[in-house]
Ligand binder design. Structure first.
Ligand SMILES: Cc1cc2nc3c(=O)[nH]c(=O)nc-3n(C[C@H](O)[C@H](O)[C@H](O)COP(=O)(O)O)c2cc1C
Length: 192
C-alpha cells in the first residue's frame, strides 16, 4: 500500500474557541485512509516578517533564522499539500496567516510553498463564507509559488460549524471531499 499523502494545515485564527480550528480538526479527524492531515502549530509565535531577521536577504545576512519559522517551513516543505483554514478579517486574510505566507514565500522562488498544491477553507460570520479572504489568499499564495487548487472550496458561515465534538455529517462530508480533491491534485502533479 502506498504511503498516505500528508497535508499541512495553516490555521488563520489564534482564538481558543476558534470555529476555524474546529473546521481544521474535522479535516484532521475525517481524512480518508490515503491522507494524514496535521495542523501546523505556532503560527502566532512567528515574528513579523522583517528582512533584517531573514538570513537569506542582504539586510539579514549574519542573522540566525528564528526557530519557529524554521519549524513551520520544515512542516510545510515536508508535506505533500497545504490546507489553509482561516476566517475573513476585514475583507481579507488574518494577519497571522499573511505573516506565515510571507515567511514561507522566502527565499523567493525557493520557498516551502513552491509548486505545492494548496486548498482553502473558511468559516466566517458574513454570508460569503470568507470569499474575500479566499480571493486574497489565492493571490498571496500564488505569488509565493503555491498552486491553489480552485476546486477545493469550503466556505461556511461560522454559525454552521457545530461545537467541538458535535459532528455535522454534511460538513464532514464536504471537508472529506475537499481533502480528496486536494490529494488528487498531488497525484496529478506527480503523474500517479
Ligand atoms: C478583526 C476582525 C475582523 C473581521 N472581519 C470579518 C469580515 O470581513 N468578514 C466576515 O465574514 N467576518 C469577519 N469577522 C468575523 C469572523 O469571521 C468571525 O469572528 C469568525 O468566527 C472568526 O473565526 P474564528 O472563530 O476561527 O476565530 C471579523 C472578526 C474579527 C475579529
Amino acid at each position: 500500500m502506498p504511503a498516505p499523502h500528508t497535508v499541512a494545515v495553516l490555521l488563520g485564527s489564534l482564538r481558543n474557541q476558534s470555529v476555524n480550528r474546529r473546521l481544521a480538526q474535522i479535516a484532521v479527524d475525517s481524512a480518508g485512509p490515503d491522507s494524514v492531515v496535521s495542523i501546523v502549530e505556532g503560527l502566532g509565535d512567528l515574528p513579523f516578517y522583517n528582512e533584517d531577521i531573514d538570513p537569506d536577504t542582504p539586510d539579514g545576512a549574519g542573522s540566525v533564522l528564528d526557530e519557529g519559522v524554521a519549524t513551520v517551513r520544515a512542516a510545510v516543505a515536508s508535506a505533500d499539500a497545504v490546507l489553509v483554514v482561516a476566517p475573513e478579517y476585514n475583507g481579507s486574510l488574518p494577519a497571522v496567516l499573511k505573516n506565515a505566507i510571507d515567511w514561507l514565500s522566502r527565499p523567493y522562488g525557493r520557498g516551502a510553498l513552491v509548486d505545492k498544491p494548496v486548498g482553502i477553507m473558511s468559516a466566517s460570520s458574513a454570508r460569503g463564507g470568507g470569499e474575500r479572504m479566499r480571493v486574497d489568499a489565492v493571490k498571496a499564495i500564488g505569488i509565493a509559488g503555491g498552486r491553489v487548487v480552485e476546486e477545493v472550496r469550503v466556505g461556511l458561515r461560522a454559525s454552521e460549524v457545530g461545537a467541538l465534538g458535535e459532528v455535522d455529517e454534511a460538513i464532514v462530508s464536504q471537508v472529506t471531499g475537499a481533502i480528496e480533491v486536494l490529494v488528487d491534485a498531488v497525484d496529478a502533479s506527480v503523474g500517479v
